[in-house]
Design a protein around this ligand. Structure first.
Ligand code: CP
Length: 315
């Protein structure tokens, strides 16, 4: 595998899930593979799980891992071509990405959507710049529109827990006070569409995800209807795509409650974390035996470890 940016980079999603489960069963089996190789993780935004799980995965594979908070620890980067750099951005991505490529064998990048310009965000300027200019493989640690390390961990978790060959999986929008990117919702939909699961997306009017991510999923604006007979409830907030980056008034009643979970077939509760209790989900749900958020977060190590392994094998 050359990069891990979208599922299109992955020859077989099924095989990658199996690889993640193999890594989980034997975390250091491939610790010679990354010897003398350097993994450089670049964070334009905050992180707990992604940062630590990717470091851990690199260490498990025998890699040297270096981490930088871009902007806070380095120069501010300019991404536009042909500009006169007379503002606060001291270094152009053309030099920065090429230089980092001299130090790293694999680069991981986290760069969220700005949520002001939909076209710019959906062009994935930051990730694409590193892919084109660094000269080394790039791992997407959550970009403007996708979070593949999360989605692969989510699929690994469902694979571990499913009681039916074709479980009903529901991605449901849930309320938040701040505008959040669509990346996790987009990515979960994109990866779920590569499975044979019965997949439903529930969101209020005005919050439909982009059609290229929705794919063959059933979409409903009726949350209770979606919950009927579900085996997995995956909650996530995202801001409006149509009214780009906005939080629309109302919809506070889309919180995941114990009452709504009773409509399901004893469904597992999933969320990528961090989660705002009392806003996205009631304590009674996230603290219940059906909550699998910690297992899901634990699987973040094995998802990125599987992806890094596939890249290392082709270096
Ligand atoms: N789920 C996730 O990506 O968590 P962090 O933002 O803490 O990395």
């Amino acid at each position: 595998m050359k990069h891990f940016i979208t599922p299109a980079d992955v020859p077989s999603v099924k095989e990658l899930i199996e690889e993640g489960l193999r890594q989980k069963a034997n975390p250091t089996a491939d610790n010679k593979l990354g010897k003398d190789k350097t993994l450089c993780l670049l964070f334009f935004n905050s992180s707990l799980r992604t940062r630590l799980s990717t470091q851990k995965a690199g260490i498990n594979l025998g890699m040297n891992v270096i981490v930088m908070n871009v902007g806070a620890d380095s120069w501010q980067l300019e991404f536009e071509d042909g500009v006169t750099m007379n503002g606060n951005k001291a270094e152009h991505i053309k030099e920065a990405a090429a230089v980092i490529g001299q130090y790293a064998d694999i680069i991981g990048v986290r760069a969220f959507a700005g949520l002001t310009n939909r076209e710019e965000d959906y062009q994935e300027l930051v990730l694409e710049s590193f892919r084109k200019l660094s000269g080394v493989p790039v791992v997407n640690l959550e970009s403007a529109t996708r979070h593949p390390c999360q989605s692969l961990a989510d699929l690994i978790t469902i694979e571990e827990l499913k009681l039916k060959t074709r479980p009903k999986v529901v991605l449901t929008w849930a309320p938040h006070i701040k505008p959040l990117p669509q990346a996790v919702g987009n990515s979960f939909a994109e990866w779920l569409n590569l499975t044979e699961y019965d997949f439903v997306i529930a969101n209020p009017e005005g919050y439909d995800l982009a059609p290229e991510f929705v794919g063959k999923a059933k979409v409903t604006h009726n949350q209770a209807e979606a919950f009927e007979g579900a085996d997995f409830i995956y909650a996530k907030n995202w801001s409006s795509l149509e009214h780009y980056g906005q939080v629309l008034p109302g919809n506070e009643d889309w919180i995941i409650s114990a009452e709504k979970m009773k409509l399901t077939d004893n469904a597992k509760f999933m969320h990528c974390l961090p989660v705002r209790r009392g806003l996205i989900v009631e304590d009674a749900v996230i603290d219940s035996d059906n909550s699998v958020v910690i297992q899901q977060a634990g699987n973040r190590v094995w998802s990125v470890q599987a992806a890094l392994k596939k890249i290392l094998e082709e270096l």
